[in-house]
Ligand binder design. Sequence first.
Ligand code: AMO
Length: 432
Amino acid sequence: MLKEKKNELERTYIKDAFSKNGKVFLKGWVYEVRDLSKIRFVILRDVSGQIQTIGLDSKTDKESFELMKSLNRESVISVIGDVKESKQAPGGKEVLVEKIEVIAKAENPLPIDVSDFSKTELPKRLDYRFLDLHRKETQAIFKIQSTIQQAYMEFMIKEGAVMAQFPSIIGSSSEGGTDLFNVQYFEKKACLSQSCQLYKQMLACSMEKVFAIFTVWRAEKHNTVRHLNESRQFDYEQAFADDKIVMEVLGRCVQYIVKRVMELNKEELEVLNVKLKVPGVNYLTFGEVSEMMKKYKIHVGKDDLSGDAEKKLGELYPDTVVFVHDWPLSGKPFYIMPKGKDLSYGFDAIYQGMEISSGGQRVHLPELLIERLKAKGLNPKDFKAYVDSFRFGAPPHAGWGVGLERITMLILGLPNIREAVLFPRDRDRLTP
Ligand code: AMO
């Protein structure tokens, strides 16, 4: 009987059922079951929302009515029934069940609590991420992260930038650090990309404005709430540009992203109880920040901002992208353009008390680049193809990279970056 009806009835998403009267065919997951003997309730969820379904001894198909009391949480079912007004039901409507079928049974007990009041700790939730994704809070985070990526692409395309793909297996370090994951590449030694830095620069020298969403790997041994060993970056690079030009682009880009999340994710922001403001933009030199922090007796660091200094900037400038520029040269990678002897055209962007991005103007002069590689203890021979790419008509250029998980975490005020990755890779986690 259900099969015949399926042919007649199209599936309705739960959100749309609220604006319907009459018969609907719903599919989703059992969230809750309540058995009051002659009346039985099943709260059904799908990706669009949840609705109360009600079975009546007198009206519901006998077999389905029996089934309603024995359904396990998170089992997948289909329901045929009539949408009715109901003062008691959440959202003012409920579905009077005609027929229920089990599509896929969930075993009982579930390994984690997936209710809205779940107290299951993050590591356990991550062990069972597939099930954790049944929770509306978890879904809300990743729906918003989807918007963040969409908004980044929309913004970049409006800017006239070209979307690019780059290799993930590379011959030598792209950031200069030692935090490399080594890979055996046939007879050669290779590593997983720490960034698409060198490639985006080479591309900007012909295509002018380029962007990417690129996965990066960093073999950093520490385990913190803000670092991952595999993360994604929004990369941007622009020719005929200096640090000032690309900071301005980044400020507008973050504003656009937050604006789009506010427009497109009202429900998800409500689920997560997050109130957003489109951020302002502020510019400070590294020297100014160092002076400012003295007042608060906060240690800054010689050539990098301490976590405490970033946090303080977040307190002093809430809902603001704070660009800290004129960064000490010793604290920036080899590809950042020097500004005099000690400073550079490099910057970091701090938002809600944490770094979301770093960038700057690049060294496009081959001889200076060789000098900078040496100064950082790197062998220019390992970077020959990259250095040579600037010998045949390479304009000055600048760019930045934003961590996708970092910006998601900071927009939503999440306490741990792992909340903002579907399947995190950290020091201890290689599965799922
Ligand atoms: P950087 O190494 O500062 O710069 O990275 C840019 C941004 O990426 C994010 N990020 C991380 N997120 C989580 N875990 C990590 N281990 C991690 N490392 C970085 C941060 C950071 O601000 N090529 C340059 C960018 C450029 O100059 O264009 C780069 O990779 O949000």
